[in-house]
Design a protein around this ligand. Sequence first.
Ligand SMILES: [Zn+2]
Ligand SMILES: [Zn+2]
Length: 387
Amino acid sequence: MYSGPGVKTSPDFPIPDTMKAWVLGNPGELKLAQKPVPVPKRAEVLVRIDAVAICATDLEIIDHGPPASILGGMPFNKNFTPGHEYMGTVVALGPGVDEYRIGQRITVEIHAGCGQCKRCREGMYTACHNYGLNYGDVDKGHRANGFTTDGGFCEYQVNHINTLVAIPDAMSDEEATLVVTAGTAMYGLTELGGLVAGESVVVTGPGPIGLLGVAVAKALGASPVILTGTRDNRLKIGRELGADHVVNVRNEDAVEAVRRLNGGKGVDYVVECSGAPNAVNDAIRMVNRGGKVCLAAFPHQETPVDVAHIVRNNIYLYGIRGEGKTATHRAEAFMSQKRFDATKIHTHTFPLDDLPTAIRYAKDRVDDAIKVVVKAKGVAAHRVAAE
Ligand SMILES: [Zn+2]
Ligand SMILES: [Zn+2]
């Protein structure tokens, strides 16, 4: 029977000893396996995963490895379960946990920092200096589920309470999986960037982070908000999420268009989500003097950058990893107040058993897929039975 030292469970949410979990074999190869259901320790809970969204970073990890790091190296053939954008129901409490209750619906942030390094002490726990030191005899307290520890393409996972975000009943499972994506955009714009209402923003690249970047920027009072990209259907969704202007870069020069749309001066912020080869050089020409460029995409090759332009124009350039400083909680506040409708980027749902199909839809953008969500079978029935 499922149990652990000091762990609280409830007969309303029976927990099996083993669960279905997708495991990464060779690059690109996922196998469905059985794993023991993990047991929460101090300050941790067990989450029954009700829905998990597929992220472009999952596709990177499954096919190429980084940014996942398991046992200090590549994640292949290490019994590793990827997946990080999940939500669910708290079903067991670790010793001493009273911040959450069994049966509560939550969504998760990815990174639990060690809590003791310089960056964690500053709230920048996604840049934890003990990143990945959480295996074998080494346990520095860091976890990044789906990156350095087992993730969400399974039925249950353990989460530190600092990574939980409570969600209202009115928020669907699918919408709740998108909170962390909005949280990433929030972190880049406010906590790292310092955006205040009335400043101007360009988002380059209408992927999930870019589209929710538009929504968050608009909800924060940015003006104007301009979205650039190559696909008209995605630019249209960007408009629905709050973009004042959209620019299809196949039809016009993106830098010239941005300058024209913002009175010839360029904007205060660019959030670069495209990873395109010339994206950084374009971004530094879209911002005004003293403007800021947030880099949120992983380009595949090194690219030359016009450093002299950055120096002469006092431009700030910063990378963003994940969603620190509890930005995810602020993103959830926007979403539960219906300041924007994140579900516009959710396009498909598949059962957990069909994960390879779901991944194919996400990777090949089958049927214009944007955010593809996977749900464990029987979840709806469980919830009815428990209530
Ligand atoms: Zn992600
Ligand atoms: Zn740390």
